[in-house]
Design a protein around this ligand. Structure first.
Ligand SMILES: Nc1ncnc2c1ncn2[C@@H]1O[C@H](COP(=O)(O)OP(=O)(O)O)[C@@H](O)[C@H]1O
Ligand SMILES: O=C(O)C1=C[C@@H](OP(=O)(O)O)[C@@H](O)[C@H](O)C1
Ligand SMILES: [Mg+2]
Length: 173
């Protein structure tokens, strides 16, 4: 079995890069955010406002923790790393790739992509979120790809290069 699981802050490009990477590799593509919406019959923004941050994280943990896939690129949502069961499952079924971007670059990107809904607790700033999550992304990553200064295509090349270097695990389950 082999899957590629993209993790990282909202706006790093997990969804954008994931679908193109899947085409290049001949893999399937799954966006976990879309899976959550489908299974819940609600938009992410509706789930967050109706269930609150903790409720959303619990649903995200459950949905990601039960993904069954092979030869698939899985683009997760940025908050998936709060779900221990989800991350353990994803780590078992695939190579976890952390798309890393500096806070400064991310802040620029996120100013243009508002409205997507980010799991921010009361009084939490984007910087707080960045500092809280960075250790979690690093902890769960098999591979880290720094996309600072890179375009979408170069980021994809970076992922493929690191995979080709063999710095990743294949899973047999
Ligand atoms: N190097 C890059 N890699 C990925 N996305 C990039 C890059 N540079 C700019 N972008 C833009 O950043 C945005 C990423 O959005 P998205 O793929 O939805 O991120 P995520 O799924 O991680 O939240 C897109 O508008 C994309 O065009
Ligand atoms: O990081 C977050 O808190 C979130 C990121 C979103 O996905 P993307 O990372 O694909 O933007 C989505 O899962 C949800 O709105 C919460
Ligand atoms: Mg996404």
């Amino acid at each position: 079995m082999h899957n590629i699981v993209l993790i990282g802050m909202p706006g790093v490009g997990k969804s954008t890069v994931g679908v193109i990477l899947a085409k290049i590799l001949g893999y399937q593509f799954v966006d976990a955010d879309i899976l959550i919406q489908e299974q819940e019959g609600r938009l992410l923004s509706e789930i967050i406002s109706e269930e609150g941050v903790d409720g959303f994280v619990a649903i995200e943990n459950r949905v990601n923790g039960s993904i069954e896939a092979d030869r698939t690129v899985i683009a997760t949502g940025g908050s998936v790393v709060y779900g221990k069961e989800a991350m353990e499952h994803l780590g078992r079924i695939g190579t976890v790739v952390y798309l890393k971007l500096s806070y400064e670059e991310l802040a620029k990107r996120l100013s243009n992509i508002k409205g997507r809904g980010v799991v921010l607790r009361e009084d939490q700033t984007l910087m707080d979120l960045y500092e809280e999550r960075t250790p979690l992304y690093e902890k769960y990553a098999d591979i880290v790809v720094d996309e600072e200064g890179l375009g979408v295509e170069e980021t994809i090349e970076g992922i493929i290069e690191k995979m080709d270097e063999g710095l990743y695990k294949r899973t047999d389950c």
